[in-house]
Write a protein that binds this ligand. Structure first.
Ligand SMILES: C[S@@+](CC[C@H](N)C(=O)[O-])C[C@H]1O[C@@H](n2cnc3c(N)ncnc32)[C@H](O)[C@@H]1O
Length: 257
């Protein structure tokens, strides 16, 4: 499977997508001279901001997508580097003062094992910070799954149904508390975006959620899927201009004792 991540498509709503990153970054205390990792760093533009704001000596941006990392070179340097690796199997043999991730863990199944596993990367006294979308129940995502269950997409997807591993905010709080983390700050935030029209939601979802279907269908069939998705979504939400798109996200920050 080639990487379906397209930096240009993802970047179309960069202002809206940057705000949650900034909100998460504001929860992180600087670690002058320390070591930071950004898991699922994407193109690395925001990792640069993370590196500069935390005043770390060393920051590693980790991503599994070669297309996203292909754009990272201009942001590297001064202690910031990028590595192609999978969050699920990332095992650098060192611990970090900040284990950070913005909008990536929703792509990794099994948070019951993922989250405890990742906390092992946090050095004593270090910070564990991440943001995950929690908008799976919005029509934008519900309709995407409904259309994927229609033929001929269902057969092309081999019965694959997009599952959503993101847990409730309280689950992350309970899990981190049980793991001995302190100073927990776990919040659910509704971000509101005034998009040009209802159809703009298709462009938004194409940049992230639908990449899962794009990678599993031939290009021509995926184009047909998009036409059908757009039609079904506009029927569900109504054709409005502008369209107010609400997007729930969970932000988590905690410190290892
Ligand atoms: C929505 S983008 C977020 C990028 C960046 N953190 C930001 O805030 O702009 C999600 C990123 O997670 C990466 N990703 C998804 N699953 C991954 C995995 N299992 N291991 C590493 N990276 C992954 C994707 O390649 C993509 O670049």
């Amino acid at each position: 499977m080639t990487s379906p991540w397209d930096p240009a498509q993802y970047g179309r709503f960069s202002n809206e997508r940057t705000q949650p990153f900034l909100d998460l970054l504001a929860m992180v205390a600087p670690v002058p001279g320390g070591r930071v990792v950004d898991l699922g760093c994407g193109t690395g533009e925001l990792t640069r901001l993370l590196h500069d704001r935390t005043a770390a000596a060393e920051t590693v941006g980790v991503d599994s997508s070669e297309t996203m990392l292909a754009n990272s070179a201009p942001f590297a340097g001064g202690g910031l580097r990028f590595e192609q690796a999978d969050i699920e199997t990332y095992s650098p043999g060192i611990r970090f003062d900040v284990v950070f991730s913005n909008a990536a863990y929703q792509w990794v199944p099994g948070h019951e094992t993922l989250i405890p596993g990742l906390t092992a990367l946090v050095a004593p006294g270090g910070q564990f910070a991440f943001q995950v979308p929690a908008n799976d129940d919005h029509a934008s995502h519900v309709v995407a799954r409904e259309v994927a269950a229609e033929e001929p997409y269902r057969t092309a997807l081999g019965g694959h149904a997009r599952t959503w591993p993101v847990m409730k905010p309280e689950w992350y709080a309970e899990t981190l508390d049980a793991l001995g983390f302190v100073d927990l700050n776990v919040r659910m935030q509704v971000y509101g975006h005034h998009l040009e029209s209802t159809a703009s939601v298709v462009e938004w979802v194409k940049g992230t959620y639908l990449t899962d279907y794009a990678r599993r269908m031939p290009a021509e069939l995926y184009e047909r899927y998009l036409v059908r998705y757009r039609e079904a979504l506009l029927a569900r939400l109504g054709e409005r201009s502008p369209f107010f798109y609400t997007y729930k996200r969970i932000l988590v920050h905690a410190r290892r004792a």
